[in-house]
Design a protein around this ligand. Structure first.
Ligand SMILES: NC(=O)c1ccc[n+]([C@@H]2O[C@H](COP(=O)([O-])OP(=O)(O)OC[C@H]3O[C@@H](n4cnc5c(N)ncnc54)[C@H](O)[C@@H]3O)[C@@H](O)[C@H]2O)c1
Length: 364
């Protein structure tokens, strides 16, 4: 029996609503597969915690999280707490302290009807964005001088270290090589004349070790255009923290919206726990209404299972997502359905259970 220890941080707004459905899926896996069990520990951290305690997480929060195999997070941020505090003091803190320097975001069209792009098929929208997740434009370096004075100046410095740039680019080359896909680097060396010139140089240098990987290099403005007009150009993409953040929202838009986008924050060396989360935020506009789409959070569970080496379950979840996406009434309103968040979760686990009892899950 394998037991995986999972830390749950449901967070704010719709975070707890969608995480509950992901946990429902994990509980179902436990029932269906006697070789797997999970232990869950829930942490109440987030904006409500901040309003009570003046901090987003416990002082020894990082220490407490260290012992887990994975962290499953909902969303963080809520009106009443400045977004830069909620983001920096919880989410970015975990990403940085645990050196989760790889952010993996699949841009995969799971149902052709969900793309707003005319005439694009599932085959044409199927790629992986690997985003640098530890430094770059989100390094938090800068200054705020002469605050409130006429000569006020703010500096936000992008930090691109050789170690940080090389390791993310190398990770992407490995991914492209192992999956026999092309690799596209997205940067902006014409305008960002230090950081992105360096990025491009490192991309070419590391590429010498991977002559079998076919590569492309685009400026981020052109890449934004191609994400919409010719997504079939992309197979594996590597890019910086900020560009990856923005581009993957375009990726979400072309594959069915925020309710379907997921992302893994990975420490590849497994020295620290990795963190899995839907890409969307806490959606205060719909929180508490029971209409949040839980599929992105359920897709995160598929990524968790892959990460645990239980790829057969990752695959079973993904194919069940494809199946539920064909049943419009079983979906939430953002996808044109009329089900509640928990009804989607209930239907999902029914479909997953039926699939597994019909074809089984291969135990490799
Ligand atoms: N990873 C994170 O925790 C994360 C990411 C982005 C934003 N945020 C925070 O979330 C808060 C709200 O930010 P925002 O409004 O810019 O982004 P958001 O992703 O919360 O919402 C954007 C839009 O998408 C919709 N949406 C998002 N998730 C959905 C889902 N699962 N089902 C159906 N509709 C969904 C929302 O209703 C909203 O209209 C802010 O405090 C922000 O800082 C957190």
């Amino acid at each position: 029996m394998k037991t995986f220890k999972i830390a749950l941080i449901p967070g704010d707004g719709i975070g707890p609503e969608v995480v509950a459905e992901g946990v429902k899926v994990l509980r179902t896996i436990e029932q269906l597969d006697p070789s797997i069990s999970f232990s869950f520990t829930e942490f109440p951290w987030g904006c409500e915690y901040y309003l009570k305690h003046g901090k987003m997480m416990a002082d020894d929060g990082i220490e407490q999280l260290k012992e887990f195999d994975a962290i499953y997070l909902g969303a963080v941020g809520y009106p009443g707490v400045p977004d830069h505090i909620s983001l920096w003091d919880l989410l970015l803190r975990i990403r940085k302290e645990f050196d989760q320097y790889v952010n993996i975001r699949p841009i995969t069209l799971l149902n052709p009807e969900l793309t707003p792009l005319k005439g694009k098929t599932a085959k044409e929208i199927d790629f992986l964005v690997i985003r640098e997740n530890s430094e770059g434009e989100y390094a938090g370096a800068g200054d705020w001088l002469f605050k409130g004075k006429p000569e006020e100046v703010v500096l936000q410095t992008g930090v691109f270290s050789r170690k940080g740039t090389e390791r993310i680019i190398r990770y992407a080359y490995e991914e492209a090589r192992n999956s026999k896909r092309t690799l596209t680097s997205i940067s902006k060396a014409n305008a960002l004349n230090y950081s992105m010139v360096f990025w491009d140089e490192v991309f070419n240098e590391v590429g010498k070790e991977y002559p079998d990987v076919k590569t492309y290099s685009y400026l981020v403005d052109a890449a934004s255009l191609y994400f919409v007009t010719e997504p079939e150009r992309f197979e594996v993409v590597v890019t910086s923290n900020l560009f990856g953040d923005i581009l993957t929202d375009i990726g979400a838009a072309i594959t069915g919206g925020m309710g379907l986008a997921t992302g893994a924050n990975v420490n590849p060396e497994r020295k620290f726990p990795s963190m899995f989360e839907p890409v969307h935020g806490s959606a205060p506009d719909i929180s508490g209404k029971g209409i949040a789409n839980p599929i992105a959070a359920i897709w995160s569970v598929s990524q968790v299972m892959d990460f645990f080496g239980e790829e057969q379950w990752g695959e079973a979840i993904l194919s069940t997502i494809k199946e539920i996406l064909t049943e419009q009434p079983s979906l939430t309103s953002d996808l044109g359905g009329n089900s509640s968040t928990s009804q989607v979760g209930d239907r999902f686990v029914d479909l997953l259970s039926a699939k597994v009892s019909e074809v089984g899950v291969s135990q490799e």
